[in-house]
Design a binder for this molecule. Structure first.
Ligand SMILES: Nc1ncnc2c1ncn2[C@@H]1O[C@H](COP(=O)(O)OP(=O)(O)OP(=O)(O)O)[C@@H](O)[C@H]1O
Length: 267
């Protein structure tokens, strides 16, 4: 496992797992991202925030190659997707895991089968080994083994998030994207999920890119925060950097009544 980067380390000394430069994405006449730059460093939990409709999902989907870009480069572990061969792209895909907002599990498959989908797509493993791996992931995310045979409709919201996280971890990725992972969970469930993310980062050396509106998550588990606004990353850094940044939306978000109540509750 490689050493974790500290937010205090100078950027040039940190190991960058995702590097986005000059990214421009639009739909018809409408530009959503305009020459956006962003770096994500190995071993960190990056909280990604921005007003509703600012383009957080568009950015995530573009990095995952689910949406086309107009301009810019995206490097995963230093490799430029556009310049990579198809075999290299497939290899890069396996380094990334994704948890979509609603979990996005296939309802007709059991949890175990959902977790095995990426394994079937990218690996050629015997069924017994895939079963062992699936149950390993199920345990890793704090689910009981019997959840493996259940269908998504038989699970609670919190269990669905965990099962979806297990699927995101199926190929042992370096970087996982989590799209609002705690939305829809009650505060205790959300805090437990945040703890799980932090634990997985610590034990697996995972890098986490978390789109979130959850101030508790931002304050409790994120090492660094990036704010999307005006079609680019307005500011990135620690919470202190957010407090000090002179922008009305950032000030309202991080210094507003909701934020203050979280800071006070955390002591
Ligand atoms: N496939 C698409 N076609 C056209 N416009 C789109 C498409 N996907 C997203 N958009 C537009 O891009 C903008 C950014 O959307 P996006 O979903 O990324 O916002 P967001 O920051 O994730 O918002 P939220 O926090 O509400 O989820 C919105 O104006 C949206 O309507």
């Amino acid at each position: 496992m490689q050493a974790r980067n500290s937010p205090q380390d100078p950027p040039e000394q940190r190991d960058t797992v995702l590097s986005v430069r000059g990214l421009t994405v639009g739909f018809g006449q409408k530009l959503v991202l305009d020459h956006l730059d962003l770096d994500v460093y190995r071993g960190e939990i990056l909280g990604f925030v921005g007003a509703s409709g600012a383009g957080k999902s568009v950015l995530m989907r573009t990095v995952l190659r689910l949406l086309p870009k107009r301009e810019g480069t995206i490097r995963i572990m230093g490799e430029d997707y556009d310049a990579a061969s198809e075999a290299k792209r497939m290899a890069l895909d396996t380094r990334l895991g994704v948890l979509f907002q609603q979990g996005a599990l296939f309802s007709s498959l059991t949890v175990k089968e959902n977790i095995q989908l990426p394994m079937r797509e990218y690996l050629d493993l015997p069924q017994t080994l895939m079963d062992e791996l699936a149950y390993l992931k199920i345990g890793m995310v704090g689910l009981d083994a019997d959840a493996g045979e259940k269908y998504p409709s038989e699970l609670s919201g919190g269990m669905i998030k965990r099962a979806a996280l297990a699927r995101a971890l199926a190929l042992d990725p370096d970087l996982v994207f989590l799209d609002e992972p705690t939305s829809g969970l009650d505060p205790i469930g959300a805090a437990e999920f945040d703890n799980l993310i932090a634990r997985l980062r610590d034990t697996l050396g995972l890098t986490v890119y978390m789109v979130t509106h959850d101030l508790d998550s931002l304050f409790s588990v994120c090492d660094r925060i990036a704010v999307l606004g005006k079609k680019r990353v307005l500011v990135e850094g620690t919470l202190e950097d957010m407090f000090a940044f002179d922008d009305p939306w950032v000030q309202a978000y991080f210094r507003g009544k909701r934020a203050r109540s979280v800071v006070v509750a955390d002591g």
